[in-house]
Every structure is written in structure tokens, then in C-alpha cells.
Write a protein that binds this ligand. Sequence first.
Ligand SMILES: Cc1cc2nc3c(=O)[nH]c(=O)nc-3n(C[C@H](O)[C@H](O)[C@H](O)COP(=O)(O)O)c2cc1C
Length: 330
Amino acid sequence: MSLSETSAGVSDRVDGPPASLRVKLGRLELPNPIMVASGTFGYGREMTDFVPVGRLGAVVPKTITPLPRRGNHPWRTVETTGGLLNSIGLDNDGVEAFLEKQLPWLAACGAPVVVSIAGGNAEEFVGLASRLDGVPGIAAVELNISCPNVSHGVDLASDPEMCRRVVAGVREATSLPVLAKLSPNVTSIVAIARAAADGGADAVTLVNTCLGIVVDWRRRRTMLGNGMGGLSGPAIKPIALRCVYQVAQAVDVPIVGVGGIATLDDVMEFLVTGASAVQIGTASFTDPPTAGRLLDQLPAALAEAGVAAATDLVGSLIPPGATAAAPSPR
Ligand SMILES: Cc1cc2nc3c(=O)[nH]c(=O)nc-3n(C[C@H](O)[C@H](O)[C@H](O)COP(=O)(O)O)c2cc1C
């Protein structure tokens, strides 16, 4: 096996990924299940000193919108117990700037590029999807219908019929595989995931951030300029796992798990619970090499689990109360 070294000393294999790591999310095939989450990895280029970006399962760059957005007032991030609260507000330069300035590097980096898109309504999602249709270098789109930091940002992910309609509209507008990124801030994640699957989603990404507030009682103010924000990091891992579990039990759709993943044990927990792939988010801020390290560690963990392929683990969790052996994986 030929190896090169990045400046961080992470091995950068150049002879292709092992077949045992390959995963399928509907029509989207990835070389391995370790993706990086939108909004936590810049546009990829910024991370090359830390992570062998081209070897990742996929890169999901910061969400883009039809037009540039300045985002929310500061403060936009604040650390809290076990996590990070953010209210960035989808600060981005818009789709045209993305295509001109960011996509060329991403398309050449070697990893599949899943472009995260957001609109203010279903029509804007559909417009963005058709703009991206046929653009070389894009492997799939991820619909950010769950951003809690823009006004009404979460509505499309909290109403099943609206969710189904936006996914179906996008599905019609593009030949690209479609991932629907859902919110944990709903009464029934199963109902929303089912609606996304009915609309034609190739996979659902579970989950975006959990709504929260951090307060400075001495100033009688919220810490974030926008008041509320989205909680991410280790604090939300059990919530994300619960969402993955519920959807895996009830809906026949591939799942991408995201929320608080920082260690290989975290990755394995999500796979066993029902995720076919995972995304690393806040951990890339606290420890930038995380995604590359987890990818390097994965083969040994699969061997320890006694499986030949990552897909063999997916959904192999023994249901609570069951006495029988683990059910056969999905
Ligand atoms: C600072 C910050 C910015 C984010 N921006 C986006 C975004 O633009 N689009 C999106 O879909 N998710 C965004 N997210 C959510 C993450 O992609 C991820 O779903 C969430 O943080 C949970 O994963 P984690 O706990 O591993 O960070 C953002 C998260 C953080 C912390």
C-alpha cells in the first residue's frame, strides 16, 4: 500500500478505499461512512492541514442559499456544558459564489461532495436543486430543512406534509441523490422521516442541532445575539442516537447519524443503532484531526466487532428486552 503523509502526519492512502468500508445511501455510494457535517468543516480547503480530506466518505460544506446572507448578530457561538450553542444564521455568499469559488477545489479534492442547500420556502429549495443539477463535481444534495437559526428555518422539518412536498419537489428538479437533514426539535421524528422517504429522499440525516438558550443572569441577557441557538456536541449524542433508533425501527430509509460524535466508540454506536454513515460536526472544532483519525481507526474496530464490512453492523442493535441473538443487520 502506498502512503503519503499530510502535515498532520495522518496517513493518506492513494490506492483507493477498501471495499469493506463502502456504504450506500440510496443512489449515493460513498467510499466509507465517515463524513463531515455542514457548517463545521468550512469548505474543506481550510482543513487540509489536519485531515486527509480526499479520503473522507464525503464532505458536506457550509449550507448555501440562493442569495448571500450575512447571518445573525454576534455573539454567534457560546460554549456550554457538554457542547456548543450556535446561532450563525446561515452566513454564506450564495450559490453562485459557491459554484465559482468553492466548488472547483472541492470537486478536485477526491471526496464525494454533498452540497447542503437551504431556501426560505419549498420553491427556493427546488430552484437551488435545479441550479445544481448537472454541475460536475457534485455527488448529492443535502436539504437543510432543519436550521433553527433562521426565521421559520425549522418549519419545513416540523410539518410532515411540507417536508414531503419539498423533498418531492427537489427530487423532481434534480437527478442528484437527495439527503433530507431533519431536526430533533419535533414531536415525532418518525413522522417527518417517513414524509421525507415518501417524498423520495435517498437518505435522512439525523440530526441538526437542538434548540437551546444560554443566559448571563448578571447582565439579564442571553449570551447569543439571536437569543436562541442550536446545541451541538457531546450533550446531544443521546438525543441523536434516539432519533436514529426510532427512525431505523420504523422507516425503510438509509440514515446518516450526526450529533456529538467524537470517538470511534461514538461511530460504532451510531452504526449499530441504525446509521449507515455518520457525520463529524463540533468535534472538528475542538479537535480538528478527528474525522481522519476515526477513519483510520475504523477497520480495527470492524475487526474487533467480528464483521467483514461496515454495512454488516448497521442496525444490529439488540432491541431492549430481547433475549435472542442480535437481529440480522439491515
Ligand atoms: C457552528 C455550527 C454551524 C453549523 N452550520 C450548519 C449549516 O450551515 N448547515 C447544517 O445543515 N448544519 C449546520 N450545523 C449543524 C451540524 O451540521 C450538525 O448537524 C450538528 O452540529 C450536530 O452535530 P455535532 O454535535 O457533531 O456538531 C452547524 C453546527 C455548528 C456547531
